[in-house]
Design a protein around this ligand. Structure first.
Ligand code: AMP
Ligand code: MG
Length: 404
């Protein structure tokens, strides 16, 4: 059996250097896309010195005058409506947040610190020269790298890109994915189920997970357990997909033709990964496509996509993949575990006096989705570890973007 870390490392090494084409995408469609090139700032931000407060702009050399006879108002500046003149000694300007600083001023005093009497303002509050001014270029300087290639764009990055006036960005095209479920026992949601059938849940759960990454699902079908159906579907998908993902048929069952077809059409390795849920898993190449064969059990299919395939898919999408932050929690209850495989037990998380507490949630069976549906994360229990007693430390991983 292969460890989870080795399996992921082997797949990351095999797929490194796979480069998707690039396309220019408008701001409104950028969420979740992967930046193909470093993004250089075309503008300085802020573009001009401006006020950080509602108050009065003045020159700090008039500090003494401000607290004795006071300063005379020369006018007003609002956001979007600058004052065009130059402040003279002894003058102040009414100014609002975001308004451009007038020439001749270096400081803003907030209105709460000022007494205004007609055209005159006085303040007894000590003046700090330069206060409440946002300076040009304080955030971003023109020409600097704002975002690195491989960045997955979130709302924060979209705001940043918009803030320098760009209406689009160069990103990698979406990864083209073919997704199949297989098995004669499957019946489709919405159809009436015969007594010996089960509903095909994997195809829909896996698709929803995949669509949280920048992918385009180009084949989406259920395949019966026949050599012909499997062969023609995989062969057709391998013409145009970057990635083919199947669920079921990677364990050793009589009716599983997956192996035979993959041996014919490509080079796929069947692994037994030392993880629970999971274990049977296939990875390799079929013609022009990368192939991932997930187990059939619903919990195993979801966890192997999340834990084994996800980092590889992200890398294929062009994303700079970052390892999950190691988080520790205290076991609030016992966790049942046999040494041998790395467990991803589904947990609920809680906080007791600031300490993160983990408890197993629902049944941990690999075919049982209901217990998983309540989970907030995984306890990642080391392969060699046995039962965990309450109070022991466990590594935890909150559910990530694919499942949350
Ligand atoms: P297999 O990998 O073919 O041995 O399947 C393992 C288990 O997963 C069996 O109980 C299957 O009935 C079940 N299974 C396979 N495919 C699906 C699916 N698409 N949705 C739900 N359960 C499935
Ligand atoms: Mg089967």
């Amino acid at each position: 059996m292969q460890s989870v870390a080795d399996a992921v490392a082997e797949m990351l090494a095999a797929t490194s250097g796979y480069a998707l084409g690039e396309e220019s995408v408008a701001l409104l469609q950028l969420d979740g896309r992967i930046l193909a090139k470093p993004l250089y700032a075309p503008e300085t931000v802020p573009a001009f010195d401006n006020s950080a407060m509602d108050g009065y702009a003045l020159h700090s050399r008039d500090a003494k005058l401000l607290c004795s006879t006071g300063l005379t108002l020369a006018g007003a500046a609002l956001a979007g409506h600058p004052f065009r003149g130059v402040l003279q000694p002894g003058q102040a300007l009414r100014i609002m947040t975001g308004a451009e600083m007038p020439a001749g001023a270096d400081t803003v005093i907030m209105q709460e610190d000022v007494q205004a009497e007609g055209e005159r303002i006085v303040s007894q509050v000590p003046l700090h020269p330069g206060s409440h001014v946002r300076h040009a270029g304080e955030d971003i300087r023109r020409g600097e790298v704002m975002l690195a290639a491989g960045q997955r764009l979130t709302p924060l990055h979209i705001g940043l890109i918009a803030s320098v006036g760009l209406a689009q960005a160069e990103v990698f095209r979406k990864l083209r994915v073919a997704l199949f479920s297989s098995g004669d026992e499957l019946c489709q949601p919405g159809d009436s189920r015969q007594a010996h059938q089960i509903y095909d849940s994997n195809r829909f759960a896996l698709r929803a997970m995949l669509e949280r990454m920048p992918v385009e699902i180009i084949h989406f079908a259920w395949l019966p357990d026949t050599l012909e159906a499997m062969r023609s579907a995989i062969a057709a998908a391998a013409q145009e997909a970057d990635v083919i993902i199947t669920s079921a048929g990677v364990s050793v069952g009589d009716a599983d033709y997956t192996r035979q077809v993959l041996d014919e059409l490509g080079e796929v390795n069947f692994w037994r990964v030392a993880m629970k849920p999971g274990k049977p898993f296939a990875f390799g190449r079929v013609k022009n496509s990368w192939f991932f064969g997930l187990p059939g059990n619903p919990v195993s299919a979801i966890v192997t996509l999340d834990q084994l395939a996800q980092p590889v898919l992200r890398q294929l999408c062009g994303e700079r993949v970052q390892a999950a932050l190691p988080l520790l929690a205290t076991a609030a209850e016992a966790f049942r575990k046999q040494p041998g495989r790395q467990d991803f037990q589904r947990i609920r998380l809680d906080s007791e006096a600031g300490v993160l507490m983990a408890s197993p949630c629902g049944s941990q069976g690999s075919g049982l989705l209901h217990g998983f549906a309540d989970a907030q994360g995984y306890a990642v229990l080391e392969a060699e570890r046995g039962h965990v007693a309450p109070g022991e430390q466990v590594r935890v991983m909150p559910l990530g973007t694919l499942l949350n």
